[in-house]
Write a protein that binds this ligand. Structure first.
Ligand SMILES: [Zn+2]
Length: 456
């Protein structure tokens, strides 16, 4: 009953009448289009793509010049399958060409920024209509997981950095009330505060928990270790960080509720999310073209891993066309047993950064480390730091049950993966700080590839 009042009266009223957003109308459209067939959705997407490309070629100096220079006519591209003829852009492209990427005549724009794992923020622009559509896609995806607008939610999310003005804090608080959200900052979670967080969760009695993956996993482990039983919500949504299978298991066991993985970014908001069949992440296909490509920008075969490249079909103010966001994923065009026509992304592999180079020229996905280390319960947290291809440091936060022979065993296992030419060093530390965005970096490479990438 409360859900209904919040969703259909309070939140819709606020968004539509007060903020004058078209979010709820767009959401209604998306609820319909998700059930179209794959072919119908592809036609729809191709139509939007053609419109976007001709808009960018006529109105954005950057795209017009770049494409003209290579003799490209946007009318040559009729479907997303031909998109790979266009160049890929990345954070550096936007940093260097932001003003020229904006459309002329200018639309009213919102300025946004993303932190990024390199710590260097990226600023970009977004038009208002695109924002409304993003919110709509977000409502739809969260609703699949039982966390649509109007449901009571407990968020374990990156907290506010710094000290925002009081008016902003008051506004945020009102907004959270309206959306029935109780916010707990992932920054503050530590061994000393576990019970405080448990109390906050139990007091909220949420229908859904929405959380960064790693802090929620840490929280679940800590609760289990102390034999504390938390309130069990109907569902749990995780995002912002990659979810490993073993993490899903622990979180589901401790909170006794299904976990839904979501995948999004500041640049596009919700890119994909799971429905109740949990067979992959449904892509927001009406608004985005998501390609999985090799290092030359060509689509990889189904089932293979590649770079995630996104084209935003809605942001006419500053178009993102073939933007490589630094994530890796496995391509797949499977359909879901739920009957929705939206294609599934098979798997998010992780950040491109989470790769280590070896002296013999191999690239090791950072994913191997959590898999190897999860079997050592004595290791509470860890971080792998590579200074150069020949040296890797493992920073470990350990419990009293830790002993030296565990390190030797771990070292033996690691040598098999990284090879004998890499010097492995262990550093026992008290804590591993989170990034400014409240995320945990599992693998850190110095110098980071982000900083050394060549400008194009
Ligand atoms: Zn589905």
């Amino acid at each position: 009953m409360f859900d209904f009042i919040y969703r259909h009266i309070l939140i819709r009223g606020f968004e539509t009448a007060v903020k004058r957003r078209k979010t709820f109308a767009y959401w209604r459209d998306l609820e319909r289009s998700q059930w179209l067939s794959g072919d119908e959705l592809r036609d729809m997407q191709s139509g939007s793509l053609q419109k976007l490309l001709s808009h960018a070629a006529s109105n954005c100096t950057y795209y017009r010049d770049a494409w003209r220079g290579m003799g490209f006519d946007p009318r040559d591209i009729r479907t997303p399958a031909n998109l790979h003829h266009l160049p890929i852009i990345d954070r550096d492209t936007i940093r260097s060409n932001r003003l020229m990427m904006r459309a002329e005549p200018a639309l009213p724009l919102l300025r946004k920024a993303t932190g990024g794992s390199s710590g260097v923020p990226l600023e970009f622009d977004l038009d208002h209509d695109s924002l409304d559509r993003r919110y709509a896609a977000w409502h739809r995806g969260y609703d699949w997981a039982g966390a649509g607008p109007g449901t009571r939610q407990w968020h374990l999310w990156g907290g506010t950095v710094g000290n925002p003005p009081r008016a902003k804090r008051a506004k945020d608080l009102l907004y959270q009330r309206l959306y029935r959200r109780s916010m707990a900052s992932s920054f503050g979670l530590s061994a000393a505060t576990v019970e405080k967080y448990l109390e906050s969760l139990n007091r909220c009695r949420p229908q859904a928990i929405v959380a960064y993956t790693n802090p929620l996993y840490d929280f679940a482990l800590a609760l289990e270790e102390r034999g504390l039983i938390p309130f069990s919500p109907r569902s749990i949504l995780v995002g912002a960080e990659k979810l490993h299978g073993f993490q899903r298991e622990v979180i589901e066991r401790v909170f006794r509720a299904p976990v839904f993985e979501t995948y999004g970014s500041r640049e596009f908001m919700l890119i994909g999310s799971e429905c109740d069949r949990h067979s992959g992440l449904h892509l927001t296909m009406e608004d985005l073209v998501v390609e999985i490509v090799d290092d030359a920008g060509r689509p990889v075969a189904e089932g293979e891993e590649g770079n995630v490249v996104v084209t935003d079909l809605t942001n006419y103010g500053m178009p993102f066309i073939r933007y490589q966001n630094g994530d890796r994923a496995v391509a797949g065009a499977e359909t879901c047993p739920c009957g929705r026509g939206l294609p599934l992304l098979k798997k998010i592999v992780g950040r491109q950064l989470d790769m280590l180079d070896t002296p013999d020229g191999r690239r090791i996905p950072g994913e191997v480390f959590p898999h190897l280390i999860k079997d050592y319960r004595a290791i509470r947290r860890f971080q792998v730091v590579q200074f150069d291809p020949a040296a890797i440091q493992l920073r470990l936060v350990v419990g009293t049950d830790w002993n030296e022979s565990m390190w030797h065993e771990l070292e033996r296992n690691l040598v098999q993966i990284v090879g004998p030419d890499v010097r492995l060093e262990m550093a026992l530390v008290d804590d591993i700080p989170l990034t400014a965005a409240g995320k945990r970096r599992v693998v850190v490479r110095h110098p980071s590839p982000d900083a050394t990438q060549k400008k194009d």
